[in-house]
Design a protein around this ligand. Structure first.
Ligand code: FCB
Length: 466
């Protein structure tokens, strides 16, 4: 396909853009917001690249009218953003912060006035620090606190929100945050992080219940499921692949879509598989029907065995699974070091569809690429690689739909360059460049391409007026 060709999605397919609170809002201590684990983590020396924090980020908290105007110009029908839990509930539970509630009222109303449907993520990794101090996701009380927060948000915004996403990528919250410690809260508890994984699923189930009770329109979860391959046919690598399938995928998909725990989980979790955090009734709670599932997809992963060395002073952190280098796919890498393999997205979606008869309709809730963008002498950002990446992945969605997968829409990651977690501000995922000195926004060529795609889609699929 030529670089600028527009993939042809079916009539009714919807296009949007996505962001997350901690990555763009800034105003970290303004108007009564409490600290989250990402404030604590990013302020701890050595945790993020160059000591970057989200204190200011894109200053979206103050500049949201400008950002909504960018969305309107882009022509998207939907915008996925997250609510900062500690902006609404500074201590995680108890006293509500009225100014925090007001901020999202203003944002939602601004979106609706621009004809854009809000899709709200309730948890995009910014746990109130106060709850972490009481055990964080290690304890069930955090899931119960999450349910109260979900009820508060649904009550306040439910009349205007089209789509609710309980959790974003619980894999990262549980295993990157509590097993490997590369994300907040920076815990290195290895397999013990299974407790966090389970409590996140319980939190999801309790929140679904609250959202339903409040009459929410569409309710789902966003997962970063992975298309995994083994680095070689060596038995160690094949065993690592089996553990990785449990860790990355089945720990989520089996309870959510099949009402059971993974069949071959014991090898991954060793003695912890059936831990005391699992309670009777949990599977029923977690497996309650959803209206959609969000899938975030960036790249396939090749895994290899990384044996734990007896003399390693660190606890076992990554379940002895490594991501193989170098890139075995022979394709280009983004600046994240991620191989660009669009067909892996088709494979992932087809695999899910054939494995789970109960799979709800799919929304791609994130997909995009970080590239080495620069501002050209003409003042523009000519990000051909990103256009190529997006075109390829949307074509992969077309293929999945042709194979029978019910994919309803796509939110590009991301509207803006933003705080890329431990990687700080060097990785630029935006359709819009952010100059972090002046906070000026410059729409990149990919922004104009995406707008053209949406316009062409509408022209091609909308019923002609009679
Ligand atoms: C996903 C996160 C999102 C962003 C992208 C690049 O894992 O959900 O916040 O950082 O990766």
């Amino acid at each position: 396909m030529s670089r600028s060709a527009f993939p042809e999605l079916p009539p009714g397919f919807r296009f949007g853009a996505a962001t997350a609170a901690y990555q763009i809002e800034g105003a970290h201590d303004e108007d009564g917001r409490g600290p989250s684990i990402w404030d604590t983590y990013s302020h701890t020396p050595g945790r993020t690249l160059g000591g970057a924090t989200g204190d200011t980020a894109c200053d979206h908290y103050h500049r949201y009218p400008e950002d909504v105007a960018l969305l309107r110009e882009l022509g998207v029908e939907g915008y996925r953003f997250s609510i900062s839990w500690p902006r609404l509930l500074p201590d995680g539970t108890g006293a509500v912060n009225p100014k925090g509630l007001d901020f999202y009222d203003r944002l939602i109303d601004e979106l609706l006035a621009a004809g854009i449907a809000p899709a709200v993520t309730l948890y995009h990794w910014d746990l109130p620090q106060a709850l972490e101090e009481r055990g964080g996701w290690r304890v069930r009380e955090t899931a119960e606190a999450f349910a109260d927060y979900a009820a508060l948000a649904a009550e306040r915004y439910g009349d205007r929100v089209e789509r609710w996403i309980t959790l974003n990528e619980p894999f990262c919250s549980a295993f990157v945050g509590y097993a490997e410690g590369r994300h907040a809260p920076g815990a290195r508890e290895g397999r013990g992080a299974l407790a966090a994984a389970h409590h996140l699923l319980v939190a999801h189930g309790l929140a679904v219940r609250e959202l339903r009770a409040a009459g929410a329109r569409e309710v789902g979860i966003t997962l970063n499921l992975d298309r995994l391959h083994a680095a070689s046919d060596r038995s160690e690598d094949l065993a690592a692949l089996r553990r990785a399938e449990v860790l990355h995928n089945e720990v989520w998909t089996e309870p959510l879509f099949a009402g059971r725990y993974p069949e071959h989980e014991a090898e991954t979790w060793e003695g912890l598989a059936d831990g005391p955090w699992r309670r009777p009734g949990d599977l029923q709670l977690i497996g309650a029907p959803m209206d959609f599932v969000g899938i975030n997809f960036y790249r396939p992963i090749t895994v290899e065995a990384v044996p734990h060395r007896e003399d390693d002073p660190e606890p076992r952190t990554a379940m002895d699974i490594g991501v193989a280098e170098p890139n075995p796919y022979g394709t280009r890498l983004t600046t994240m070091g991620w191989p660009v393999v669009p067909s892996a997205l088709t494979g992932l979606l087809r695999g899910l569809h054939s494995r789970y008869p109960q799979l709800p309709p799919v929304w791609i809730t994130e997909n995009g690429s970080a590239e080495a963008d620069t501002v050209a002498p003409d003042g523009r950002v000519h990000d051909e690689e990103r256009i190529d990446y997006l075109a390829g992945h949307l074509a992969a969605v077309v293929d999945a739909i042709a194979a029978g997968v019910d994919v309803r829409g796509y939110y590009v990651w991301s509207l803006l360059d933003n705080f890329e977690w431990a990687r700080g501000y060097e990785q630029r995922f935006g359709l819009v460049r952010v100059d972090y000195d002046t906070l000026t926004r410059i729409p990149k060529d990919s922004y104009h391409w995406y707008r053209g795609l949406i316009t062409a889609h509408r022209a091609r699929t909308e019923e002609p007026a009679r």
